[in-house]
Design a protein around this ligand. Structure first.
Ligand code: UD1
Ligand code: MG
Length: 421
């Protein structure tokens, strides 16, 4: 059995935010959400240590992660103190405990799996995840003995000038043989530059007790990115986006400009689809083959596009299913909709899905081969049956029968020589 402790109680002062650090998001998913998603399927139970604005973090975890329990740490006296909060809950647990900083959104399930495998293969009691950085500033340094075995972890503020030069850093992910290590939590001290209980002191403690202590050096440094500021958040977002884009390029999706294209990790895209520059694709979506998206398209999640669909410039789509060979090429909003195949959505069409008085959202259903004229408003709930046509500039407030034509615009009047007169 494997359990995890996620450290998420810190304020994140450097974020300069009213919101707790771990509730900041990348593609609408929280930082702590990324960590919990990475351990889900590996661990049997997760304990999330909450503190700063605990009620907000707890609500988020309760609503989204049923296999995770929150534990309050108040006041917050350091990472070692945070982890110790889980001791009464883990009690005589006899297995591995993985401890992770809650601000590591780029860590992957694969790496955590390999890390635990390594821990088991080495018969390790304490395993820390490390990385080699050209610029190790602000990270805890991994200090090794002359024979390359692990000695200790020293925080930046506690380093000697010589230790500052060390380029191997502590990622903030640990694997512990719980039965052997749990007693450390009664013995941590605060005799350091920050006056905190450092979780990192377990390395020295276990060494002093002749236990097996090892470091697993991570392969992809990007995964170690810990978020401490909004600058870090922006950099991590770009790294995550790049990872997603690379995957789609390898799968045969054409992405014209990876630098201005944003695609969430939960979006699937079929081969030969072309994504034009400056698209923002957020949330969970499934895009078929041979589609054309953008430039400047916005998919907001829960969008399913069958093959050969065109979503053009300045088109926003949310919670909609669109069948094959349907086009919405310009300046439209499509939300809460079910659209058939062979449909043409004229420029400027709006599905009016939201009633701001009742706050109710309603659905628009458009059947196969319907043509919607430019600048029309479809006021939901509404169904346009097969083959019907809507004239340009119409406001549709009733269901349309199959093959009908609907018009609501005033008839055109031409007043000859009106300007001269
Ligand atoms: C920590 C490590 C450092 C490592 C770095 C990696 C320690 C002492 N240092 O430093 O070696 O290189 O992470 O990013 O562990 N937290 C709590 N309660 C507390 C304090 C912190 O839950 O009382 C949580 C924070 O919310 C955060 C995590 O622990 O998610 C790490 O805390 P942070 O302050 O970011 O530690 P670093 O200084 O980055
Ligand atoms: Mg940190």
């Amino acid at each position: 059995m494997i359990k995890s402790i996620i450290l998420a109680a810190g304020k994140g002062t450097r974020m300069k935010s009213d919101m707790p650090k771990v509730l900041h998001t990348i593609f609408d998913k929280t930082l702590v959400g990324y960590v919990l998603d990475a351990v889900t399927g590996i661990t049997d139970e997760n304990f999330v240590i909450v503190g700063h604005k605990a009620e907000l973090v707890e609500k988020h975890i309760q609503e989204n992660y049923s296999n995770s329990k929150c534990i309050l740490q108040s006041p917050q006296l350091g990472t070692g103190h945070a982890a110790s909060m889980a001791v009464p809950f883990l009690k005589d647990f006899d297995g591995e405990v993985v401890i992770l900083n809650g601000d590591l959104p780029l860590i992957t399930a694969n790496t955590i799996k390999e890390f635990i495998e390594f821990h088991k293969n080495q018969n390790s009691d304490v395993t820390v995840m490390s990385a080699i950085f050209d610029n190790p500033t602000n990270y805890g340094r991994i200090i090794r003995n002359a024979d390359n075995t692990l000695n200790s972890i020293v925080e930046e503020k506690d380093t000697t000038p010589e230790q500052k030069e060390v380029k191997e850093i502590n990622v903030g992910c640990y694997c512990l043989n719980w039965a052997k290590i749990k007693s450390v939590f009664g013995e941590l001290k605060t005799n350091n530059a920050q006056g905190e209980y450092y979780l990192t002191d377990i390395v020295k403690w276990a060494n002093d007790k002749q236990m097996s202590v090892n470091a697993y050096i991570i392969k992809d440094n990007d995964e170690t990115f810990g978020i401490n500021s909004k600058t870090h958040l922006a950099e991590a977002s770009r790294l995550l986006n790049q990872r997603v884009i690379n995957k789609h390029l390898e799968n045969g999706v054409q992405i014209i400009d990876p630098l201005t294209t944003w695609i969430s990790p939960e979006t699937e895209i079929g081969s030969d689809t072309i994504i034009y520059p400056s698209c923002y694709i957020n949330g969970k979506n499934k895009i078929g083959k041979n589609c054309k998206i953008g430039p400047f398209a916005h998919l907001r999640g829960d969008v399913i596009l069958e093959d050969n669909v065109k979503i053009g410039n300045f088109v926003e789509v949310k919670k909609a299913t669109i069948k094959s060979h349907t086009n919405a090429c310009h300046l439209s909003y499509i939300g809460d909709s079910e659209i058939g195949s062979g449909v043409n959505i004229g420029a400027g069409t709006i599905t009016a899905n939201y009633n701001p008085l009742t706050k109710v959202k309603s659905k628009t259903v458009i059947k196969d081969n319907v043509k919607i004229g430019s600048n029309s408003v479809l006021v939901a709930p509404v169904t346009i049956e097969e083959g019907a046509n809507v004239g340009a500039l119409s406001v549709i407030t009733k269901n349309l029968p199959a093959w009908a034509l609907a018009l609501t615009r005033a008839p055109l009047r031409i007043l000859e020589n009106w300007v001269k007169k």
